[in-house]
Write a protein that binds this ligand. Structure first.
Ligand code: G1P
Length: 297
């Protein structure tokens, strides 16, 4: 029987170079989709999967994330003075409780594997989740909950996977497939950012993982991989054979918000998913698209 997943690690130390100048003075995880920062979606998804402890691996210039998940007395007082009790309730409703959030800093940008390793003492000796806020998933059942459910059945490491065009394999961790029932994939190997010609498949890892704590022993070797960085993918590849390892083709749509076009798509898709915005946004899109079609003629 697999142990429940109580802790999630959010690596949020990255610089967000692709989104400059938006990310010059603001963490990339604070970029908003509709009206919530990316990291807010990530934490909401984790809560919906039963996560109780939220561990952020931050870096310099990321204090806006800490402020976001803290009470703002000034804001509370201003809202109270204006009688905005609903807004106060709203703001409180999603705050993790006291002592449920922990921060540690990744002092050098040595890669995702290194960021996760920085959280080892906060995670301890239990299976845990890793959530990359750049990857946003629109789904019926929260993506991390889908993974946690699979982990409950299979144990071991579980990652969320999706097909990508072959020319994009050099942007992701790619699976070598042992067995595939169309939903669950048994993993034979993993390669970080392979050239399209060398990629063992086009099934890529997205930023959702359930991991065994033994991954920390592998990461502790601090071996450099693709791009000279300490790669989580490499540590996971070394564990194949020692523990079960599955990829889940999750239900839902993934938006890679590290890409500008996908970030824009996410804004539209999430707005269309909202009862308060759908009809107005749909009307705008219809008129926009018909103007565009006229233009293209
Ligand atoms: C990281 C992982 C990669 C994974 C990707 C998902 O890459 O190293 O294996 O496919 O996240 O978004 P990064 O986006 O940090 O380059």
């Amino acid at each position: 029987m697999a142990r429940p997943i109580r802790k999630a690690v959010f690596p949020v130390g990255g610089l967000g170079i692709r989104f400059l100048p938006a990310t010059k003075a603001m963490p990339k995880e604070m970029l908003t989709v509709v009206d919530k920062p990316l990291i807010h979606y990530a934490v909401e998804e984790a809560r919906a999967a039963g996560i109780e402890e939220f561990i952020f691996v931050t870096g310099r210039g990321k204090s806006a994330i800490e402020d976001h998940f803290d009470l703002s007395h000034e804001l509370q007082q201003t809202l109270a003075a204006k009688g905005k009790t609903e807004e106060i309730e709203q703001l409180r409703s999603w705050l993790p409780g006291p002592g449920r959030v922990a921060y540690t800093r990744q002092q050098e940008p040595l890669g995702l594997g290194h960021a996760v390793w920085c959280a080892r003492n906060l995670v301890g000796d239990e299976p845990f989740a890793v959530v990359l806020a750049d990857d946003l998933v629109l789904s019926e059942t929260p993506c991390l909950k889908q993974l946690a459910d699979v982990h409950g059945e299979t144990g071991g490491n579980v990652v969320a996977v999706t097909e990508v065009p072959r020319e994009s394999t050099n942007r992701y961790g790619i699976l070598d497939i042992a067995n595939d029932d169309g939903r669950l994939v048994e993993v034979a190997g993993l390669v970080e950012k392979p050239d399209p010609a060398a990629a063992p498949s086009t099934l890529s890892i997205i930023g959702r993982y359930i991991l065994l704590p033994q991954v920390f022993d592998r990461l502790a070797r601090l071996k450099r991989g693709a791009g000279g960085e300490i790669q989580l993918t490499d540590a996971l590849a070394e564990m194949i054979g020692a523990a079960p390892f599955h990829g889940l083709r999750f239900e839902g749509e993934r938006f890679d918000c590290g890409s500008k076009v996908d970030y824009l798509r996410a804004n539209i898709a999430f707005a269309l998913d909202r009862d308060d915005l759908r009809s107005e946004v749909a009307a705008f899109l219809r008129s926009f698209c018909s103007d565009l079609a006229l233009h293209d003629r």
